[in-house]
Design a binder for this molecule. Structure first.
Ligand SMILES: Cc1ncc(COP(=O)(O)O)c(C=O)c1O
Length: 419
């Protein structure tokens, strides 16, 4: 059976050449931490811009951004300034009281998503958990039988019992059965499958507009439209999980905005990049979905704290300026990767949008992560054979060239590893 791995931690790379400084850290973790992660043997101590530095002062180009979190890279001066100012004023005050930043941040989220109301939490899993509760409550108000959820095979929505229940990867679920009842999975793009899964008992349909952990698979506009029509026909909520693909990464604010006209969801779940590394997640909903949550039905102690929300507001301002660059760097990256594809017959496909890129190889390639580290590149492999690239939005053509050169060298040495 698969070892229980962190999302993104897929296999062990070769130990660092000088393990002396790292070894005590490895030993302490081995003795005292729950052994649920199979970390790469790399102790990171510092980041600056697109670069990360390890305990032995080697530097690495960051092509994974802490799994899509460090969207502005590391130590961005405007983010540091805001953290310094705000942490001296107010970090947390709970949701018993108002502070100055939830309202303005909710306004930004609503304006950019086309939805009407926001709720703040601490992580992607919590955003999904809240969206599941919203869908279940929406259904419950119609009929006690209306609790079914429809999700997508190969999806990833998080590790809590609810989020796990709609995660379409049995390897993550196996040890925790029974999960939520009434969850059905359909293949991405399967119109007929979706049509037969959704009925009057469906409370919610959950879709990543670009599947992330499953291997960077974008959902087509037509299939999203079908999901919208089925949700409308059966009074279900359409929930888009934009936790990995959202907030600028695809070169637009949200994955569903890649299509014209966009297919509008009822609910959007967000997290990863929104507060540049501070824990913050959000649900954004239209009025119909928001009506399912009345006072007292949902909440959090930490979610939407002053510091995280203020940082997210700053991130949003910087994002406006960066959006053209995300598109430019993304296109340039895709062109370069397609050139690599022409050179290396084992590159099956390059897919994604903006700075969310999957390079699918025709063999299991988890071992390439170690080769990448030797080249000074940090990326990961997901779905066994997809090199996943989620670089910071501050990438320019210069960093893309550096990444392409390194990946070229990794691919030149790439040989399938026998199972
Ligand atoms: C699409 C998607 N949904 C949900 C999650 C869970 O988010 P978190 O790890 O912040 O709880 C992830 C995490 O990788 C994700 O990629």
């Amino acid at each position: 059976m698969d070892q229980p791995l962190a999302e993104g931690a897929a296999q062990k790379a070769q130990p660092a050449a000088t393990a002396s400084l790292s070894q005590p850290i490895f030993d302490l973790e081995k003795q005292y931490l729950l052994q649920n992660y199979a970390r790469y043997p790399l102790v990171l101590t510092r980041g600056k811009g697109c670069w990360l530095y390890d305990i032995d002062k080697r530097r690495y180009l960051d092509l994974i951004s802490g799994i899509g979190v460090n969207a502005l890279g590391h130590a961005h001066p405007r983010i540091l300034k805001v953290i310094r100012e705000q942490s001296a004023r107010l970090i947390h005050s709970s949701n018993l009281y108002y502070h100055e930043y939830q309202g303005p941040l909710a306004k930004k989220l609503c304006e950019t998503s086309g939805l009407q109301r926001a709720f703040f939490c601490n992580s992607g899993t919590e955003a999904i958990e809240g969206a599941i509760k919203m869908a279940r409550s929406h259904g419950h108000h119609v009929s006690p039988e209306k609790y079914e959820l429809v999700s997508v095979a190969n999806s990833f929505h998080g590790r809590s019992m609810g989020a796990l229940s709609i995660t379409g990867q049995p390897k993550y679920q196996a040890d925790f059965q029974p999960l939520l009842p009434g969850v059905k999975f359909v293949q991405i793009g399967d119109e007929a499958g979706l049509a037969s899964a959704v009925n009057e008992n469906t409370a919610g349909i959950f879709i990543e507009t670009i599947q992330g952990e499953g291997g960077i698979f974008p959902a087509s506009a037509q299939w999203l439209r079908t999901a919208r029509e089925l949700a409308d026909a059966h009074n279900a909520l359409l929930v888009f999980d934009e936790i990995q693909c959202g907030i600028g990464r695809p070169g637009v604010h949200f994955g569903y905005q890649l299509h014209t006209p966009p297919v509008m969801p009822d609910v959007v779940a967000l997290a990863k990049p929104i507060a540049c590394g501070l824990p913050l997640g959000a649900i954004i909903a239209n009025e119909r979905a928001a009506a399912a949550i009345a006072p007292g039905m949902h909440g959090t102690t930490f979610g939407g704290g002053a510091l995280a929300c203020r940082v997210a507001l700053e991130f949003y301002d910087i994002l406006d300026e960066l959006m053209p660059q995300i598109r430019r760097a993304g296109e340039y990256f895709f062109e370069g990767l397609r050139r690599l594809q022409k050179k290396h017959g084992f590159v099956r496909e390059v897919r994604g949008a903006g700075l969310m890129i999957g390079v699918e190889l025709d063999f299991t390639c988890t071992h390439l992560v170690a080769a990448g580290m030797q080249e000074g590149l940090l990326f990961n492999v997901t779905h066994g054979n997809v090199v996943r690239l989620l670089p910071p939005y501050i990438f320019t053509e210069k960093e893309v060239d550096r990444a392409l050169n390194g990946l070229g060298r990794v691919f030149r040495q790439a040989k399938p590893v026998q199972a």
